[in-house]
Design a protein. Structure first.
Length: 385
């Protein structure tokens, strides 16, 4: 397909747009800051999505959507062209969102009191979906070397699998920025089969893996895994909602579908269907350009930090738009880090919310025009220098 040029350098004002990221700063940080925290982008949606939504708005009735299969077919085709995976559209369920599906998966594939594995530091809802459903949180912290490169602790993971029947995988991993290699995923799958552990794989950031670190969908290696995904992160339409779940095993699909139904998490609303289908049908070139822009932003952060804050450990992520910064060399507590950031006027996610291994870190969202990114890095230098 052609590689067209798209301009992601223009900023669209988001204040007073019902934005949690921008309008929620007083609630989140207690005062005005430059928000570089929650994982949404500061870019308009692709024109194909806007056109599809405008077209649907021409019809003035917004009743319950039909149960057509066009969205599943669009999702399956997207997974084929983006990830070289050919799922059967009939194996794809439409869902309200990935986070509700994480909660439903814990209920569907484990029992109260059983332990469920996660590998922190990790996106907080992974942990919440376990503890808030009366399961035991079994943590297998990732390993990190001196450069900030993370790997899986397979020895500890196998020990945990003796006590668990469910692993909640974040692939690619948020916040550490790893796109797991096929070899890493195969090792994980081999252990899961050896110990009869089900894997639920949240792959919502998969489409944003950079070209030199291609993503492998877990179902290509494990036909009994559960895949969760969405167009929301890939195309910046999280406020519209919607997502997909692939379950290749018909028995597991029935079990998961029933749990999603009990939770009222099954299905997509009208606008989520319209936006997601347009993204998957027509958004390949836009999304490819977006990934290239993010890759350049990620490298730009490395250049800036190397020049101004060389002691800060930052491993350039292998995809998405989230930088995981190791500030432990500063010798400050998390409260002191937060105070310095707020004093400088910068709002970031603090590491402790991501579980074990998060203390002393912050997460910075660079899904924003370069000019705004530089403003944020200037504030970071003020806060930490």
């Amino acid at each position: 397909m052609r590689n067209l040029d798209y301009d992601f350098n223009d900023y669209v004002e988001r204040v007073d747009s019902d934005s949690a990221k921008w309008d929620g700063v007083s609630w989140k940080f207690g005062g005005p800051v430059l928000p570089m925290w929650v994982a949404d982008m500061d870019f308009p949606a692709a024109e194909c999505i806007l056109a599809a939504l405008h077209n649907r708005l021409h019809h003035p009735v917004f009743g319950y959507p039909d149960h057509d299969d066009s969205v599943q077919k669009a999702a399956a085709n997207w997974l084929k062209i983006r990830h070289e995976w050919h799922p059967n559209p009939d194996d794809i369920l439409l869902i309200q969102g990935v986070v509700p599906a994480l909660y439903a998966a814990v209920r569907a594939f484990s029992e109260p009191g059983e332990s469920v594995i996660v590998m922190p530091p990790i996106y907080p809802p992974f942990m919440h979906s376990i503890t808030e459903n009366d399961r035991y949180l079994e943590t297998v912290p990732l390993l990190s070397d001196a450069s900030g490169f993370y790997t899986i602790d397979f020895e500890r993971l196998e020990r945990a699998m003796h006590r668990s029947k469910l692993l909640m995988l974040c692939s690619p991993h948020n916040p550490v920025g790893r796109t797991w290699t096929q070899a890493e995923l195969l090792s994980m799958v081999d252990l899961s089969k050896k110990h009869n552990v089900r894997i639920v794989s949240d792959e919502i950031h998969a489409d944003l893996s950079f070209d030199d670190h291609p993503h492998t969908p877990l179902p290509l290696l494990d036909e009994h895994s559960i895949f969760l995904g969405a167009a929301s992160k890939s195309f910046n339409i999280a406020g519209i909602g919607g997502g997909i779940a692939w379950v290749g095993d018909p028995v597991l699909r029935k079990r998961f579908s029933e749990e999603l139904g009990r939770s009222r998490n099954l299905g997509m609303n009208t606008f989520a269907k319209v936006a997601s289908k347009a993204a998957w049908d027509e958004g390949f070139e836009w999304q490819s350009a977006l990934r290239r822009y993010f890759n350049k932003n990620a490298l730009h952060i490395h250049q800036r930090l190397s020049a101004s804050l060389p002691d800060i450990i930052y491993q350039v992520p292998q995809g998405s738009y989230l930088a995981w910064l190791d500030l432990r060399v500063l010798g400050k507590t998390d409260a002191e880090i937060e105070q310095n950031l707020l004093k400088a006027g910068l709002g970031l996610n603090l590491g402790p919310s991501f579980g074990p291994g998060g203390s002393g870190y912050v997460r910075l969202n660079f899904g924003t025009p370069r000019k705004l990114l530089d403003q944020g890095l200037n504030l970071l230098e003020q806060a930490l220098s």
